[in-house]
Design a binder for this molecule. Structure first.
Ligand SMILES: NC(=O)c1ccc[n+]([C@@H]2O[C@H](COP(=O)([O-])OP(=O)(O)OC[C@H]3O[C@@H](n4cnc5c(N)ncnc54)[C@H](OP(=O)(O)O)[C@@H]3O)[C@@H](O)[C@H]2O)c1
Length: 274
């Protein structure tokens, strides 16, 4: 068992710094196995979303795990077409039904939809006040989206989950998040595997006797960014969690910082077609 350290989100909600992502993981056996193996390995955070269409399998695997619901941090996300006050409340209810749970630990607005932000966030604040989500947050919000949200907000987002890996280090977003007490979480932390052949990362991995994926995950954690690598393979699920027995030096961290070339694997929140 390898347990992740935690961070304290505002509102005194404790969140593991490391968890399992389940994007592009089929509902049914595939997601149930991934979550099962992860929990057996000590993972205590699972990141799903309505649009991943696997909340049912995630909920089922957690229920079958033998670990108490309260010990597992469950994140799900509000899809774009469900934004707006009433629709947001209904969407979370439907997610809870699929998950077979009566609360989630973190509910995220999946993408900014500017004209809906104020109404959606009002619903998110209501959800938090009712305890149906212990913490609320956003995803894919740039500094200007955050400014707009904060202009009408009573409660700042606890988390902003954004694409973040060695090629896209999101310094401006990290600064903007920090300014409002919002924690930064990395999605596609491995750039879906594309950074794992980078020679700098491979050299650092060689120096420490670890794998390139472990270097990237360790780098995110040492920056104070939580991370949710996805895998459906039991060996890689284990490998991705086994990152607490070594640390990167200042020189390693500096070398990693130099890999930022702004290249994305996912959609640009300011220029997307969905
Ligand atoms: N908020 C958002 O808009 C958003 C967008 C995208 C993703 N996310 C979240 O972030 C999570 C992670 O992002 P992601 O799934 O896009 O990509 P990722 O975690 O960066 O990479 C996953 C890919 O890398 C492979 N992989 C995993 N561990 C590996 C290892 N140790 N060595 C070699 N290959 C490895 C996986 O293959 P195998 O499965 O075969 O091991 C998979 O193809 C998602 O699952 C989701 O929960 C959020």
């Amino acid at each position: 068992m390898i347990y992740s350290p935690t961070t304290m989100l505002h509102g005194s909600v404790e969140m593991p710094m490391h968890g399992l992502g389940v994007f592009q993981t089929a509902d049914g056996e595939e997601v149930r196995n991934a979550v099962k193996w992860a929990i057996e390995d000590g993972y205590r955070l699972v990141d799903t979303a309505t649009i991943y269409r696997n909340e049912t399998g995630v909920g089922r695997a957690i229920a079958d795990s033998g670990v108490h619901r309260e010990e597992i941090f469950v994140t799900t996300k509000l899809w774009n077409s469900d934004q707006g006050y009433e629709a947001t409340l209904r969407a979370l209810e439907a997610s809870l039904e699929r998950l077979g749970m009566d609360y989630v630990d973190l509910y995220l607005v999946h993408w900014p939809v500017d004209e809906m932000t104020a109404d959606t966030w009002r619903a998110m604040e209501h959800i938090r006040s009712q305890g149906v989500a212990r913490a609320i947050g956003v995803s894919n919000f740039g500094p200007h989206h955050l400014d707009k949200l904060m202009a009408g907000a009573n409660v700042a987002p606890s988390v902003n989950q954004v694409e973040l890996h060695p090629n896209l280090q999101q310094r401006d977003i990290r600064r903007a998040n920090e300014a409002v007490g919002c924690h930064t979480q990395a999605w596609s932390p491995l750039k879906q595997g594309q950074v794992l052949t980078d020679t700098t990362i491979r050299d650092i991995a060689g120096d420490h006797g670890v794998t390139p994926a472990q270097v990237v995950i360790r780098w995110q954690l040492q920056m104070g960014v939580s991370t949710i690598p996805k895998s459906v393979n039991p060996d890689r699920i284990h490998e991705n969690a086994d990152v607490f027995g070594f640390s990167l030096s200042t020189d390693d961290m500096t070398a990693m910082e130099a890999l930022d070339d702004g290249d994305r694997i996912g959609p640009d929140p300011d220029n997307r077609d969905f």
